[in-house]
Design a protein around this ligand. Structure first.
Ligand SMILES: Nc1ncnc2c1ncn2[C@@H]1O[C@H](COP(=O)(O)OP(=O)(O)OP(=O)(O)O)[C@@H](O)[C@H]1O
Length: 337
């Protein structure tokens, strides 16, 4: 049975400066369950970083509560809060490593703060360096490491105190696509092997699709939509979700005032030439406005947007054809990114 590890209840955060007030979070309710890889996605300024900082109480909520493993964090003494924080590892976009310390010494750092003796700390650091694939770089300084390697050290450091949750704030945003994939694979492996719950803050839907099982979309300081990643990717309900899921920009100019069908390939169908067969079956041509599909072991993943014929009966026939093949299809009428 699933069990909540983080419960955010009616949480709001207002920043007050001398002459202004910013409501960064407005009535957030969110439950993250043990073992989840939970994505929190939104545009710049939506409130993502504030939310993650409220989860570990680096930022005190103006209203509402955060329950961590059943404990109301705002009711804890600072000593207890420090203890709980050790159960929440965190990694950042800019890695935040200590530049004057080697990889191994960076990993030992939180253990030293927790009062662990040097020998035990070094032993644990060695295990973690092995886990993140950096055994041979133990004595390297951050300046001698690539971005991906630095993030691996940061992950090892975050895991040093055996956290229950790993909070990742734009952890792959400074990395190239290949390195991003390898870091996400490492996080997935850590989640599976160690059972650590992972919270991923990002502005990239590709990150969510790659490793998260659940997602919350934060827009304008509020949760616009949340649920299983598959459901949101197939059927985004709100404008905020659609903006993230649809291939924005790449087709917006072409799609203005055109009636289109978005088809999602989720790996349940083999990659038969579905559009070609639909055209043959319906005896009407279509324009492919956008396609981002990939073939993995003979299964199709990704999405495609095709312009539908003007004729209503033909358009409906095309929807029926695609859905009969077990694919999800929805209309994106006059969508402008
Ligand atoms: N310490 C602060 N004082 C005043 N305003 C703040 C503070 N921290 C954040 N804000 C404001 O709160 C809002 C949300 O910011 P936040 O950094 O949480 O957004 P974000 O979604 O993480 O954005 P980004 O992806 O650009 O980092 C913004 O309007 C921001 O200017």
């Amino acid at each position: 049975m699933s069990e909540a590890i983080i419960e955010i209840q009616s949480l709001s955060k207002t920043f007050r400066t001398k002459d202004s007030e910013v409501r960064a979070l407005n009535n957030i309710n969110l439950t993250i369950e043990k073992g989840d890889i939970y994505g929190i996605i939104g545009m710049s300024g939506a409130g993502k970083s504030t939310l993650v900082r409220c989860i570990n109480m680096l930022e005190k909520p103006t209203e509402g509560t955060v329950l961590f493993d059943g404990h109301d964090l705002s009711s804890l003494s600072s000593k207890d809060l420090r203890k709980v924080r050790r159960s929440m590892g965190m990694i950042f976009q800019q890695f935040n490593l200590l530049m004057q310390r080697t990889a191994e010494q960076n990993i030992c750092f939180p253990l030293e703060l927790a009062g662990v003796d040097k020998t035990s700390a070094r032993k644990r650091a060695k295990e973690l360096l092995e886990l993140v694939g950096l055994t041979d770089r133990a004595q390297a300084y951050p300046a001698q490491l690539s971005g991906g390697q630095k993030q691996r050290v940061a992950i090892a450091r975050a895991l040093a105190t055996n956290p229950k949750v790993l909070l990742c704030d734009e952890a792959t945003s400074a990395l190239d696509p290949t390195t991003t994939t390898s870091i996400l694979a490492l996080l997935k492996d850590i989640n599976r092997r160690m059972g650590i719950t992972i919270v991923i803050i990002t502005h990239q839907m590709s990150v969510i699709e790659e490793i998260c099982n659940r997602v919350a979309i934060i827009d304008n300081s509020q949760i616009a939509e949340f649920g299983a990643v598959e459901d949101i990717f197939h059927r985004p309900q709100t404008a905020a979700a659609q903006k993230l899921v649809y291939p924005e920009g790449k087709l917006s100019d072409k799609m203005i005032s055109k009636r289109c069908m978005r088809i999602v390939f989720d790996g349940n169908s083999s990659f038969e030439p579905i559009i070609a067969n639909m055209v043959l079956d319906c005896k009407a041509p279509v324009n492919i406005m956008y396609a981002d599909t990939k073939d993995i072991d003979g299964k199709a993943f990704g999405q495609m947007v095709v312009q539908l014929p003007q004729d209503e009966a033909l358009a409906q026939k095309m929807f029926a054809y695609v859905r009969a093949k077990g694919l999800s299809a929805e209309e994106v009428n006059g969508y402008v990114g």
